[in-house]
Unconditional design. Structure first.
Length: 215
């Protein structure tokens, strides 16, 4: 089984990138999650990912491994994904045209994606990046109430990460092969794509009024 699994790496990757991803609906969410390859106390003992994994920091502290960046639509489908070492900043994948080529409309992210240069770059490509402001910013932001609604619903992507880790087992710490590790990730993403019920939003929120948000 292990030998056969390693031979399916390339076909699964091609299938996932060509047939296994959802389409953009004009409302998208972006975020990243850590994928630990071992306990942080055993970093120096890990030989499988010695030349690939890196140390990074997330809201739960330091970890050793990779980051999974995903973009989802409001129906819970994964539009695109990217794997990077743990020390890569969350905004870097959005600067790559291959990662955003399917996007249009509005893209909602957390405060970690707040960047003037990134906003301008995405805007030139027909993508409107929407984030909250940090507390130390005194600027008053006038936001359509519909955007404020979707910012509150951005937790949908956290639910997707939770399902990928706890149902589809995308993260584990008993890796003996680099190929099988990434193969497991592709398998989990494909399995999620075939799930009958995905986290989704009722896309019937229409309001043309304006809401003033004081950050």
């Amino acid at each position: 089984m292990v030998e056969l699994k390693s031979t399916s790496f390339i076909p699964m990757m091609i299938y996932l990138k060509t047939k296994g991803l959802a389409d953009c609906t004009g409302i998208s969410f972006v975020d990243s999650t850590p994928l630990r390859v071992c306990d942080k106390r055993r970093i120096h003992q890990n030989k499988t990912f010695k030349d690939f994994a890196q140390r990074g920091q997330c809201s739960l502290g330091w970890f050793y491994g990779f980051k999974l960046h995903i973009i989802t639509n409001d129906c819970g489908g994964i539009v695109d994904f990217m794997l990077t070492p743990a020390n890569v900043h969350d905004t870097n994948p959005l600067k790559m045209k291959g990662f955003i080529k399917k996007l249009y409309g509005k893209l909602f992210g957390d405060k970690g994606y707040l960047s003037k240069e990134l906003f301008q770059s995405l805007f030139y490509n027909g993508i409107h990046l929407v984030t909250k402001l940090r507390k130390n910013m005194k600027t008053k932001l006038v936001t359509p109430i519909q955007d404020a609604f979707y910012l509150r619903k951005r937790a949908i992507i956290e639910t997707i990460f939770d399902q990928l880790k706890n149902i589809f087992q995308i993260e584990h710490s008993r890796n003996r092969s680099q190929v099988n590790y990434f193969n497991n990730i592709f398998s989990a993403l494909i399995a999620y794509n075939f799930a009958e019920k995905k986290p989704s939003l009722k896309n019937n929120f229409v309001d043309t009024k304006q809401l003033i948000l004081f950050q």
